[in-house]
Design a protein around this ligand. Structure first.
Ligand code: SAM
Length: 326
């Protein structure tokens, strides 16, 4: 734990990860069907910066929609939860978070903010920015993997845990349920959860969001190979892959992959192997599940939460579910 300045504290848990576990996770993904790479490696500092630009692209309707929706419901959410501690999982640049922090400040409820993200640079930047922007705010940042380090969430309640941006969609339904259950386990009775979920809409709109004309999503996707190269000393050549994003109608999720544009052999000395890929073979890097209100509320209930309210935009593109831990 490190005290950065009187109102900022940052805990870093990533460097405590077991190198053997990291290698095993990557190896297991590469030899699963389909071949996959862990989605979190999309988000090093470069990936996080690219994601911020994607959020501003004309095709990526999700961020604008959730931002506008939050503006209409933030005061009500804060009034209903009475929270003084906002905990955000996968906080990223915390742009939309400001809407909730503003509502907490208006209600004279703003005390603590806990950004939790895989990307250290962005947690530090957000902490610095927010203590400047909000008088009296204490920021306790956590740099970690929310699939592995949730037990490090700081106490102090009642807490409102938010998980925005449709990040829940990056997990399949079973993993999402396991994840929500683990959040529920770490929360105290009386804490609340605000969960963002992207709703099923027309396929052309959903696919365009991941195939922006400026090529930002393609660059974001390929950047993952540079991250994996640095994590396990692999020799992936990003130029030997094409970005592919399409809707899988059976699973009801967008699949984002890197497609090998030729037959190739990729040395991965730290795994003591060479990966053989055929021309046209895909490495799945991310899924983005699209939900219905019923599915989201079922997930929350099965994870142990009691749904409190459901909010969505007029075009039914995005939902926000408010729930509490009884
Ligand atoms: C889709 S972005 C959403 C960012 C922001 N919440 C928003 O709504 O714009 C996902 C965020 O979750 C973080 N993230 C992804 N996987 C993670 C993991 N396993 N542990 C911690 N953070 C993770 C990424 O670094 C990124 O900031």
């Amino acid at each position: 734990m490190m005290l950065e300045q009187s109102n900022v504290m940052i805990d870093v848990h990533l460097n405590t990860q077991d190198p053997a576990a990291i290698k095993e996770e990557i190896r297991a993904g590469l030899f699963s069907t389909p071949r996959t790479l862990p989605t979190k490696y999309l988000y090093d500092d470069q990936g996080s910066a690219l994601f911020e630009r994607i959020c501003e692209s004309p095709e990526y309707y999700q961020t604008r929609t959730e931002h506008a929706l939050l503006k209409t419901v933030a005061d009500e959410v804060i009034a209903r939860t009475g929270t003084e501690t906002l905990v955000e999982l996968g906080s990223g640049a915390a742009i939309k978070t400001r809407v909730l922090l503003d509502a907490m400040a208006r209600a004279n409820h703003l005390r603590f903010y806990v950004p939790f993200d895989f990307s250290e640079g962005i947690v530090r930047r957000v902490a610095r920015e927010l203590v400047e922007e909000y008088d009296g705010l204490q920021v306790h940042g956590v740099v970690g993997d929310f699939l592995a380090h949730l037990e490090h969430l700081p106490d102090g309640g009642p807490r409102l845990v938010i998980f925005l941006g449709g990040t829940i969609g990056n997990m399949g339904p079973e993993d999402a349920l396991a994840f929500l259950s683990s959040i529920h386990h770490e929360m105290d009775s009386g804490d609340c959860m605000l969960l963002g979920a992207q709703l099923i809409t027309d396929v052309a709109r959903m696919e365009a969001a991941y195939n922006d004309a400026a090529g930002l999503t393609a660059a974001f996707n390929k950047n993952m190979l540079a991250v994996v190269n640095s994590v396990i000393g692999a020799e992936f050549d990003p130029d030997a892959f094409a970005h592919v994003a399409r809707f899988n109608h059976d699973e009801r999720w967008i699949e984002i992959s890197l497609r090998s544009i030729r037959a190739q052999v990729i040395p991965i000395p730290e795994l003591e192997l060479a990966l053989h890929l055929q021309e046209g073979e895909d490495l799945l890097t991310e899924i983005s599940c699209k939900y219905t209100r019923g599915q989201v509320e079922r997930l929350l209930t099965e994870a142990g939460f009691s749904p409190v309210a459901w909010y969505s935009d007029p075009h039914q593109l995005h939902g926000l579910a408010l729930a509490h831990k009884p």
